[in-house]
Design a protein around this ligand. Sequence first.
Ligand code: CP
Length: 287
Amino acid sequence: MSREKIQILFSRAQSLQQKPESQDYRGQTAALLFFEPSTRTRFSFESACYRSGLGPLVLDSSDGTSLEKGESFEDTILNIAAMGPSVIVSRAPNELDLFKISKQVNVPIINAGWGIKGHPTQALLDSFTLWQEFKDLVGFKILFVGDIRHSRVVSSHFELLETLGAEVGLSGPEDFLVDRPGVNLFKRLDEGLEWCDAVMCLRVQFERHNSKDGFSKEDYTLDFGLNRRRLSHLRPNAVIMHPGPINFGIEMDADVMNDSRHRVFRQVANGVLVREALIRLLLEGRL
Ligand code: CP
């Protein structure tokens, strides 16, 4: 998305917060296909559908579907697309080729989390949360902490924050980092916290790790866990974020949620607005 389109999306999400719009799409449906688990993304897309009048058709596991009989994700999407939903929302593993499928159907497909490749609506709602508070993000400094290598959220932020002109910092164990030109690396988390305007802790994605990785929760928490002591390095007007779900006691102490700088639930609330704005703009043909 271009900077201009992102601006249109953010303005529409802001407007939806101030004044809900009518349920313009009554009688139409949206297929929400979640082939991987989700709470925030699925419920926020469902909320967005209800708010815009779309009837959500939800597949939230293979249970009771023909996936259990061996039908592929791809065939499942093609068959559901044939039923004529106005939009498809897909959370899928890396193996599914969303680009290929999007050429085979004439319905917009929204990526709601794709393996480790990307989670664009999460990056958009995170940036919207920052935009609401700080407006211009040019030169804004965001630090991502932790399991960057497995994070689809960070993959999408790399693209989005470049478009918005923000600076990116990374901090985490060497095995979790990625090599990317132009990013600031912080071996010591405290230094990164002093540098940034916003810190985003990331979930350690145990399900995507190789059991031979030799990961130690104790070492990780000691070096990269966000806690009250570490928060003293963060400037007073900086904000604390996490896309969720949170492994409390690993990447973040539960006590961090008592800090007035956290925006975790605002991110979740904004997820509904940004996703509703996205669906409406797509159906209006404005994206
Ligand atoms: N942030 C996020 O994608 O959360 P869920 O996996 O619960 O949807």
